[in-house]
Design a protein around this ligand. Structure first.
Ligand code: BGC
Length: 537
């Protein structure tokens, strides 16, 4: 069970409004109490924070906003002392434009070795005034930015899949590979147990950098499905060599050190490429995250996931929320199409009723935590936090918001600092009241302290499920579908636990058995809509 800490928003020990590493260390016992096995920390490296730390200017130092290297060492030691493993986020696709290598590249002429570490090209048109191709940044706008050369003239263009401030490395360049091997060693030597690899499907680009037929609709496609066009910067075969080298490097270290791929690839059949025996250990199952609240669709995704990960002997993974998507306590009740990372806001039509949405989220988590494999939790979901929808425009910080002139709200709504206490400035996030994103007024209702004291709270549901999951060893079980009596009820067995999830609208009668857990308190031996139950039969 891996718990994602997004350090900016977890807990702020120095009161500057941005969470930090000492804040994480202070609260490790709360995570032990929750019942997790490992913590994955989103980036805390030195960074100008133009994409919340996913824009790294020094991979071997801690940004002062988050603390110091000593704070990182202390956190690793304190986690290990509690039996928790620590995974950190490595961001190899791009650096910050403040990285010394990129600054050197800007100061060097076209064709120089410094430029060859990134992807610089001449523009098209008589004066090179058009970008080298038609690729669109994931955050909106062109994927190319033109530089001004040292002599003051407009010059080459550089590629950035994300923001202008995140130039992509050229991973065919041995300098880049060597640098990252050094970075991995640096953190492995400090005791980290592994890495979540950011944009693990994007490092290699098609060598010709060809135009895309429909640049506005690239999705995450690998081109393997008939309805998905191939995208020349996702899932190129050559990317796998990198991870084979990294795996070999990790295996020279004592203990079990792991690699986890953040690879948004479709269709899911391709995901197994990232977790072959000599590559990464796990990959996020974003197909599961993206599956609609529908019995048929969930059954299909669960089956596909087990088959696909199982085909290469890797554990299946499950995830419902992270720092890039609308929190599942809101998302699962949304109607309409909401592409990942686009966010929702005050003008989004048909916003769901938060109480009904939370009910559904609790059922979804109750189902997920019964499935064999590794589950990933995102900080705050154990509090049932909804997406913060009413963030004012001038508070928003996601580059997506700026690059699309507010057309896409972006991801700030899932990144608001956590409420720890129902009273006090910033609800216990710190003791000054400063907060890099404003916390909604009603967040006192979600505070950890009051939830801990309330038997039926979402926090206590998570605690109960996580402890039971460990005790019953469900993570190492398997899925057997029960004969479906009701079309909208998913019924599966893992070990001797029968898990039933009602995705329909009618209450159904439960089979005989002892109720070990239910997503909401049950009044009789029946399962209402949007409810899940674990039964020992
Ligand atoms: C991270 C995002 C980040 C992007 C660029 C990802 O997929 O999870 O938060 O903005 O990579 O690094």
């Amino acid at each position: 069970m891996i718990y994602q800490v997004y350090p900016r928003s977890f807990a702020d020990a120095n009161g500057d409004g941005i969470g930090d590493l000492p804040g994480v260390t202070i609260h490790l016992d709360d995570l032990v109490d929750l019942g997790i096995d490992a913590v994955w920390l989103s980036p805390f490296y030195r960074s100008p924070q133009r994409d919340a730390g996913y824009d790294v200017s020094d991979y071997t130092d801690v940004d002062p906003v988050f603390g110091t290297l000593t704070d990182a060492d202390d956190l690793i030691a304190a986690a290990h002392a509690r039996g928790l493993r620590i995974l950190i986020d490595i961001v190899p696709n791009h650096s910050s434009s403040d990285h010394p290598w990129f600054q050197e590249a800007l100061a060097s002429p076209p064709g120089s070795p410094a430029r060859a570490r990134y992807i610089f090209r001449e523009g098209k048109g008589q004066y090179g005034e058009f970008p080298p191709n038609n690729w669109q940044s994931v955050f909106g706008g062109s994927m190319w930015t033109r530089v001004t050369e040292a002599d003051g003239t407009l010059g080459q263009w550089y590629l950035h899949i994300f923001d202008t401030s995140q130039p992509d490395f050229d991973w065919t360049n041995p300098d880049v590979r060597d640098m990252f091997e050094g970075v991995l060693r640096f953190w492995l030597d400090r005791g980290v147990d592994g890495f979540r690899v950011d944009v693990a499907h994007g490092l290699m680009k098609h060598p010709d950098l060809p135009d895309i037929a429909d640049p506005a609709h690239t999705g995450l496609g690998t081109g393997d499905a008939a309805d998905v066009q191939p995208v020349p910067y996702w899932a190129q075969d050559s990317v796998h060599e990198v991870y084979r080298d990294w795996r070999a490097l990790l295996e020279t270290y004592p203990g079990e050190r792991v690699l986890v791929a953040e690879a948004w690839v479709e269709p899911i059949t391709r995901l197994s490429d990232w977790v072959r025996p000599d590559e990464m250990h796990q990959a996020f199952n974003f197909s599961y995250l993206a599956t609609a609240w529908s019995a048929n669709e969930l059954r299909q995704t669960i089956n596909d996931s087990l088959a696909i990960f199982g085909s290469v002997g890797a554990p299946t993974t499950w995830v419902l929320s992270n720092h890039d998507v609308v929190r599942h306590a809101t998302r699962l009740a949304l109607t309409g199409d909401h592409p990942q990372g686009d966010g929702i806001g005050p003008d989004t039509p048909n916003l769901p009723d938060p109480i009904a949405a939370l009910r559904r989220a609790r059922a979804a988590t109750t189902l997920m935590l019964a499935l064999p494999g590794s589950a990933y939790l995102y900080q705050g979901e154990e509090l049932g936090l909804p997406e913060a929808i009413d963030l004012p425009g001038d508070a928003r910080q996601d580059p997506t918001w700026f690059r699309t002139n507010g057309e896409r709200y972006g991801r700030d709504g899932c990144r608001v600092p956590l409420p720890w206490t129902s009273t006090g400035p910033s609800y216990g996030f710190n003791d000054t009241g400063a907060s890099w994103l404003p916390q909604p007024d009603e967040w006192h209702r979600h505070a950890r302290d009051t939830q801990r004291a309330r038997a039926t709270s979402t926090l206590n549901l998570y605690r109960h499920l996580l402890h039971l999951r460990r005790q019953l060893n469900l993570g190492h079980g398997n899925v057997q579908w029960e004969h479906d009596t009701y079309p909208d009820v998913l019924a599966l067995r893992n070990r001797d636990i029968l898990v039933m999830t009602n995705l329909g609208t009618d209450t159904v009668i439960l089979p005989p058995g002892e109720i070990l857990a239910s997503s909401v308190p049950l009044t009789g031996h029946e399962l209402p809509a949007d409810t899940a139950v674990w039964l020992r039969t």
